[in-house]
Structures are given as structure tokens and as C-alpha cells.
Design a protein around this ligand. Structure first.
Ligand code: HEM
Length: 109
């Protein structure tokens, strides 16, 4: 259960960063909603379908957990791509000399 809580917290933190990142807002919102559903399902699972079919709930819990891990990974990958593109773009602008250099006005010279 501790592992599950850590995974869920990771999803919540990743989702929170994503909603404030342009291009990742929808995925971030999904992650936050999902991070709220996972613990509710985790805690209540022992009371759902008690009996022979409880294995289904255990499998569902595992799948929901795996989805949480996968979503965290996906957001992480997208986030890295967005940030790398941003840095690359800034470097191109810097190399082209279009950006104002420190202490100098770009319009002059
Ligand atoms: C805050 C979120 C979570 C809570 C509160 C929670 C809670 C629990 C509880 C109470 C059990 C024992 C179930 C039983 O005795 O039948 C359990 C088992 C388990 N959980 Fe979680 N869980 C959470 C998230 C996760 C996540 C994200 C994963 C996967 C990445 C995960 C994987 C597992 C596994 C593999 C088991 C053991 C298999 C089983 O007994 O069915 N859990 N969890």
C-alpha cells in the first residue's frame, strides 16, 4: 500500500506541474482526477465484490495502478520534450543574434 501511495503522490505532483505547462494541461487535469480516484478505489477495494469474484477487483486495482504509473511516465516524457524544444529554440534565437544581448539594445546594431 505504501508503494501505491508513493506512486499516486508522484502522479498528483506530475499532474500539478503539467496543468501549469502549456501543451500538457489536459493530460495534467486527467492525472489529477485520476490521482484522486486511485486512492478511493485502493481503500474501498476490500469491500467490493467480496467472495469468489474479488480477484476481479484485485486485477482492476492492479490495472488502475499500472495506468497511474504509465500516465506519470507519459507526462514526464512530454514535459521533457516540451522543455528541450524550448531550450533548443532559445539557443537558435541566441545563435542567430536576434535576442538582445546583455546590456545592449537589439534594435541598435
Ligand atoms: C493511494 C493509492 C492506493 C491505495 C490506498 C492502495 C491500497 C491497497 C490495499 C488496501 C491493498 C490490499 C488489498 C487486499 O488486501 O486485498 C493493496 C494491494 C495492492 N496494491 Fe494498492 N493501493 C493504492 C495504489 C496502488 C498502485 C498505484 C499500485 C500499482 C502501481 C498498487 C498495487 C497494489 C498491489 C500489486 C497490491 C497487492 C495485490 C493484491 O492484494 O491485490 N496499489 N493496495
Amino acid at each position: 500500500m505504501l508503494f501505491g501511495v508513493v506512486v499516486t503522490l508522484a502522479l498528483l505532483i506530475t499532474g500539478s506541474v503539467a496543468v501549469f505547462t502549456k501543451g500538457l494541461r489536459v493530460l495534467g487535469a486527467i492525472a489529477i482526477v485520476f490521482a484522486l480516484i486511485v486512492p478511493v478505489f485502493g481503500i474501498t477495494q476490500t469491500r467490493i465484490l467480496v467472495g469468489d469474484f474479488h480477484t476481479l477487483i484485485r486485477v482492476a486495482h492492479l490495472l488502475v495502478g499500472a495506468a497511474a504509473v504509465s500516465l506519470t511516465e507519459r507526462i514526464g516524457e512530454h514535459y521533457m520534450q516540451i522543455k528541450q524544444k524550448l531550450v533548443a529554440g532559445k539557443e537558435v534565437v541566441k545563435a542567430s543574434g536576434l535576442a538582445p544581448a546583455e546590456g545592449r539594445d537589439a534594435t541598435v546594431g
